[in-house]
Ligand binder design. Structure first.
Ligand code: SF4
Ligand code: SF4
Length: 276
């Protein structure tokens, strides 16, 4: 997934060996309904949701993003970046269960389960912003989350980290979420004298986590009249939520960091500013 995909509390609970893994690192693991610990890992956890997770889960549940956020998530602050994130809201039962877990059947949203659940038992970290030329081998690293109750490590199936990512379908998700991670890493790298306003953070929250509200903002406000967005692009984002999300990441990048696409230069300010 991305930086800090489990919160500090969860990381402290897990026994995380200090070693960093690469895409070629090998490990043995398999999770299936026959393991004695089946669904143990879906309780008492903190799972940060990515923008793409919310986009697909709200679709699966056939509710809009606003409703999804209010029913299934808890807003949090990612302290290292001083940016808003959301985590899955657990049930108020004894085991603090995930709302989507069933003892015998497992995950009720399996095909659309969050990126963190897909990566497990791997965690992902990102180092620091190193410029436009991102070198994944250096910026991204993986680590093993070895929780004592997890019997999956006793299974014989062997994977490289790269094979696991592909098998779990995180490649596509990471690609879509790349703009979100880029914003967080850029923000983390800002000097303390250059912080984002509360209004800017609210914009970030809307674009990244409340896609249906962002869509209304784009199409039902003066947004499109303020910028030079090509008609073809407007048509794309109207029909495709993933493209709308990526468009939103680009808009935030230009607005916050003044680097990005010319189409977001404000008409009102003679093309000099982003209109932020
Ligand atoms: S604890 Fe490990 S083996 Fe058990 S259900 Fe979770 S991932 Fe699978
Ligand atoms: S979303 Fe699914 S896989 Fe993830 S914790 Fe909940 S039940 Fe488990």
């Amino acid at each position: 997934m991305n930086a800090e995909n489990k919160t500090d509390a969860t990381q402290a609970r897990a026994e995380i060996p200090p070693e960093q893994l690469s895409l070629k690192s090998r490990f043995k693991f398999k999770c299936h309904k026959g393991v004695s610990c089946f669904t143990e890992c879906c309780r008492g956890i903190d799972i940060m949701l990515t923008p793409y997770d919310i986009l697909t889960m709200r679709k699966k549940l056939d509710i809009d993003s606003e409703k999804f956020l209010s029913i299934f998530t808890t807003p949090q602050l990612l302290e290292k970046a001083d940016m808003p994130v959301v985590t899955l809201k657990l049930l108020d039962d004894e085991r603090r269960s995930c709302p989507f877990v069933q003892d015998k059947e497992g995950c009720m949203v399996y095909e659309d389960r969050p990126t963190t659940c897909r990566y497990y038992p791997l965690g992902v970290g990102a180092l620091s912003y190193s410029g436009e030329q991102k070198d994944n081998d250096q910026d991204e690293f993986f680590f093993m989350i070895k929780e004592p109750h997890c019997k999956g490590f006793d299974e014989p199936d062997e994977w490289t980290v790269g094979e696991w990512r592909e098998d779990q379908g995180v490649d596509l998700r990471d690609e879509v979420n790349e703009g979100w991670l880029d914003l967080m890493v850029r923000k983390k790298s800002l000097p303390s004298s250059m912080q984002l306003s509360e209004q800017a953070k609210q914009m970030f929250f809307m674009v990244c986590y409340n896609i249906d509200k962002f869509k209304r903002f784009v199409f039902e406000s003066s947004f499109l009249t303020r910028y030079n967005i090509p008609a073809e692009r407007v048509a794309q984002i109207k029909d495709d939520d993933v493209k709308l999300l990526q468009f939103g990441f680009e808009w935030l990048k230009t607005t916050f960091f003044h680097t990005g696409e010319d189409m977001f230069k404000s008409k009102e300010n003679g093309g000099d500013s982003t209109g932020s």
